[in-house]
Design a binder for this molecule. Structure first.
Ligand code: M6R
Length: 374
């Protein structure tokens, strides 16, 4: 049942190209660039009138939500607020009935996420679920569901569900943008074409990263702590890399916005602390180029203090390799989609470190696949 893989987690990491393809299947037109969502009890007029999007989720799904905020705000120009579902209803959230609620959940049964959904609905908001399990509770209570077609996820550490959630969020953001008229037809066609290329690029990323991450695991599996740094949409991916490492290898890890390092955490850096830095760049995008330049300075701040840097960078970037020892390259992509590629080496690094440490990768201690208590 593990299809020749040693663990479900590894099998599921390698299933990501298919999971992404299946999540886009039948929902995009390459000719027109149009995105079609599944049948919803939310009209286009309501999508157009939405004043705000409130997203609630937990754990890895919360990281997808935080990346989704960048996609929705950039493409559809609607303000997005992201909450931990486990905090949401305890702060008497202000919910305008003209806002839309979005719940992101692999299982569709997470108690905190369900409670956040009920809070949104009781305050007059309609909700969209992004869910991987057909007919799950949260999908049943939603006014519309975008199913992630990742297939059953057995490993407690979420991998393919995460990249499928990022894909579903991209589709949602594109649809909203098209309905609201914030993207042109030409932009839509380019972005949808980029999306259609992701499964092939993921295959390349998997092929190159696996062996390299295994080799890095040999060097770093005894580290006591790890830092993961990123800017913009790459920051939630840094958080996700840290969570993967924590939950399956029991190494303390922290994700941090790269630009915040000088406001405190720089004090932690020494030769024993590996820092994984997300340093991909989209050369067609000015903001991305600026972020990249700033990230390079952050890398230099770490190396100047003898910290060890493992960077995730874009293929063809020969500048970064001169600064540091370890670079994991991923294929070039439009910035809003690059998280789908750059999380792959982070998943594989966590996996290989956990295996070397003899941890139970698929069933980490103290954790359950679906958290049905509040
Ligand atoms: O099923 P859900 O997406 O609602 O689950 C949310 C979290 O419990 C889940 O993502 C958890 O953080 C994973 N173990 C992360 O790998």
């Amino acid at each position: 049942e593990k299809g020749g893989y040693k663990h479900f987690m590894l099998k599921e990491i390698f299933e990501q190209p298919r999971a992404i393809r299946d999540t886009t299947l039948g929902r995009i037109s390459l000719d027109t660039g149009k995105v079609f969502l599944d049948e919803m009890k939310i009209s286009d007029a309501e999508f157009r009138a939405a004043t705000k999007i409130n997203i609630a989720a937990c754990g890895t799904s919360w990281h997808a939500a935080t990346a989704g905020k960048f996609m929705i705000e950039r493409l559809a120009r609607v303000p997005v607020e992201v909450d931990y579902a486990s905090e949401f209803r305890y702060r008497d959230p202000i919910i305008d009935p003209a806002s839309l609620g979005v719940l992101i959940t692999q299982s569709g049964e997470t108690a905190d996420t369900l409670a956040a959904q009920r809070e949104m609905i009781s305050k007059g908001s309609k909700t969209v679920a992004i869910c991987n399990v057909v007919g799950a509770m949260i999908a049943r209570e939603a006014h519309g569901t975008i199913y992630t077609h990742a297939g059953p996820e057995i490993g407690v550490a979420s991998t393919k569900a995460f990249t499928a959630q990022l894909t579903a969020l991209f589709l949602f953001a594109m649809h909203l943008a098209q309905v609201r008229g914030t993207v042109t037809e030409e932009e839509s066609r380019t972005l949808i074409e980029q999306l259609s290329l992701i499964p092939g690029k993921l295959r390349d990323a998997l092929r190159t990263s696996d062996k390299e991450c295994e080799a890095l695991a040999r060097l770093y599996s005894n580290a006591r702590d790890f830092l993961f740094l990123g800017r913009g949409i790459h920051y939630p991916i840094a958080l996700e890399g840290a969570l993967k490492l924590k939950e399956i290898s029991y190494i303390h890890a922290e994700g941090y916005p790269a630009g915040e390092m000088k406001h405190g955490p720089n004090a932690l850096i020494d030769e024993t602390l590996p820092c994984v830095v997300l340093a991909t760049r989209d050369s067609t995008n000015r903001d991305s180029r600026l972020r990249y330049e700033k990230t390079l300075s952050n890398i230099q701040e770490v190396t100047a203090r003898s910290g060890k840097v493992i960077a995730v960078a874009t293929e063809g970037d020969d500048q970064i390799g001169q600064l540091i020892d370890h670079v994991l390259y991923v294929p070039d992509a439009t910035e809003l989609l690059s998280p789908v590629l750059e999380v792959v080496p982070l998943q594989l690094l966590a996996y290989h470190i956990a295996v070397r440490r003899g941890c139970d990768v698929d069933q980490p201690r103290n954790l359950a696949k679906s958290v049905t208590v509040e």
